[in-house]
Design a protein around this ligand. Structure first.
Ligand code: BJW
Ligand code: ZN
Length: 257
């Protein structure tokens, strides 16, 4: 274990992977009965999927209003679908990284564990995680705008753009756009978990998109310890007991070692 002059309980930053904060967070996770993990785009960055904000982020190149709103889709479904088709093709060529795999392995040990993700890429599933609460939907799911039928379509490139349902209706990506409600049963489970856990681990999210951004505060106000893993400071940092500055693929295997 490395040396740190900060008291372990309130050490805000780690100082290298073997820091006091990392060791304390690891032992909190080992001793906790109920754990939830909230992930964001940062966990998939080392797999080669761009994040949304920050350097190289998707929203630095594209305007969210033109691509990730129901209004944009209503205006030009083909344009929106071309972007999603492209992203699906990028995701299909990459795989889960050590961060995804560490979470899947930890879940397989058994116990009360909830994985909540804002990511639509499906990399947690591909790493072997079960019962992933996908609060922003799934890019591999298509939903009919007329009859509501949902189907999974995993081919990297769709044959028809925009795709249509067997009822003839236009299909949309099964993701949550700005201004849309989160899938209610999934969101309910995520909030319930946040209220009943001992430790919430928040990984690779800028924590600026609501309502998910409020989960760390909800967990904290219900007595959970909050541990953050991120390259940068975020609004979660102020409520986190431990903020581990590092990449998800490096820190998570250490945390669950
Ligand atoms: C690493 C790393 C490494 C990098 N290791 N770390 C004003 C104030 C408050 C709220 C609002 C407001 N105006 C509008 C709203 C509401 C809006 C919102 O929150 N907007 C804010 C942005 C201002 N929210 C909504 O509209 C939501 N719905 C809603 O509120 O509904 C209300 C309602 C109720 C009832 C009926 C109707 C409506 C819906 C939000 C949907 C978000 N959708 C997206 C797109 C999904 C589909 C797709 O992928 O195309 O979800 S946007 C995008 O942001 C995506 C993500 O899931 C989400 C969060 O991003 P995330 O994961 O945090 O990524 P980044 O890039 O932001 O951060 C990456 C982080 O990783 C950084 O911190 C890096 O440092 C770090 N990192 N590499 C560790 N290797
Ligand atoms: Zn249909």
């Amino acid at each position: 274990m490395g040396k740190s002059s900060e008291p372990a309980r309130h050490a805000p930053y780690n100082k290298g992977l073997d820091s006091t904060a990392t060791c304390a967070a690891r032992s909190a996770l080992q001793n906790a009965s109920r754990i939830a993990v909230l992930t964001g785009a940062g966990i998939s960055a080392e797999s080669g999927i761009p994040t949304f904000r920050g350097p190289g982020g998707i929203w630095r190149t594209y305007r969210a209003e033109n691509l990730a709103t129901p209004e944009a889709f209503a205006r030009n479904p083909k344009f929106v679908w071309e972007w999603y088709d492209y992203r699906r093709s990028v995701i299909a060529t990459v795989g889960p990284n050590a961060g995804h795999r560490a979470l899947a392995a930890f879940e397989q040990r058994g116990g009360d564990f909830t994985l909540i993700t804002q990511n639509v890429d499906g990399l947690h599933d591909r790493a072997g995680s079960r019962n992933v609460l996908k609060v922003h939907g799934d890019i591999w799911s298509l939903r009919c705008t007329i009859c509501g039928r949902e189907r999974e379509e995993k081919s990297a490139r769709l044959t028809e753009l925009p795709p249509h349902c067997r009822c003839g209706g236009l299909e949309r990506p099964g993701v949550v756009w700005f201004g849309e409600a989160l899938p209610s049963s999934v969101w309910e489970l995520a909030q319930r978990a946040a209220r009943h856990i001992d430790v919430l681990l928040v990984v690779g999210t800028s924590a600026v998109v609501h309502p998910v951004a409020g989960l760390a505060h909800l967990a904290k106000s219900h007595g959970a310890m909050v541990v953050e893993v991120n390259l940068a400071e975020t609004p979660v940092t102020s409520v986190a007991d431990y903020s581990l500055r590092g990449s998800a693929a490096e820190v998570l295997p250490e945390l669950f070692a």
